[in-house]
Design a protein around this ligand. Structure first.
Ligand SMILES: CC(C)(COP(=O)(O)OP(=O)(O)OC[C@H]1O[C@@H](n2cnc3c(N)ncnc32)[C@H](O)[C@@H]1OP(=O)(O)O)[C@@H](O)C(=O)NCCC(=O)NCCS
Length: 169
């Protein structure tokens, strides 16, 4: 993960919790990136209204906390490549760590090479593959595109995890 002021130059604002009155903005932003506010993962609907969220300028991260671990549900940085995603990801990891959670999990799709690079640079490890999961999700969410902007077919879900080291005694 990059560090220093260069990596953080893309968002002059700090990362902060989303304000209640910004829920409409968040719904629009997630829809721009993922086609609709809710996400289908492993055949399950993850509803935006159930998620907590962080904001940094025009970027956002949404997540769910099951009391044991956090799940990063959606993240979007704009403009891309200027460190906003890193700031948001660090903030979500910070929430998980401070809450004593053991890990942060997330799901991405086979076509999203940029996200795969982004998460692995931040310390996430691949931990699961669900072949054909997006094909199945399309039955619930017919608007899901078949092909990504980079020309790759969108078919499979990949799960990644960031595990916290237990504190040294
Ligand atoms: C994926 C996304 C959140 C990354 O946020 P970002 O602000 O663009 O990423 P950063 O600028 O913080 O980059 C962090 C690291 O990832 C790397 N990275 C980012 N995009 C990359 C790409 N397209 N290819 C390779 N590496 C990339 C950067 O080089 C950087 O590495 P470094 O810290 O070693 O320099 C953002 O591009 C985005 O919003 N994409 C569209 C929505 C999306 O796909 N969300 C994820 C769905 S699972």
């Amino acid at each position: 993960m990059g560090n220093g002021s260069d990596a953080e130059a893309g968002c002059s604002e700090d990362v902060r919790p989303l304000r209640p009155e910004e829920r409409g903005w968040l719904s629009r932003r997630v829809s721009e990136d993922f086609g609709m506010p809710d996400v289908v993962r492993d055949g399950e609907w993850l509803r935006l209204e159930d998620c907590d969220a962080m904001r940094c300028g025009d970027g956002y991260a949404t997540y769910l906390d099951d009391g044991k671990q956090l799940e990063l549900v959606a993240i979007g940085a704009r403009p891309a490549g200027q460190g906003i995603g890193t700031k948001l990801l660090k903030a979500v990891l910070g929430v998980a760590r401070e809450s004593g959670r053991c890990a942060v999990r997330l799901t991405t799709t086979n076509d999203n090479i940029a996200a795969l690079a982004f998460y692995q640079r931040a310390g996430f490890r691949l931990c699961g593959l669900r072949p054909g999961a997006v094909d199945r999700a399309r039955q619930l969410k017919p608007g899901l595109p078949l092909v990504a902007a980079n020309g790759l077919p969108i078919r499979d879900e990949l799960e990644l995890v960031f595990r916290f080291e237990p504190d040294a005694e």
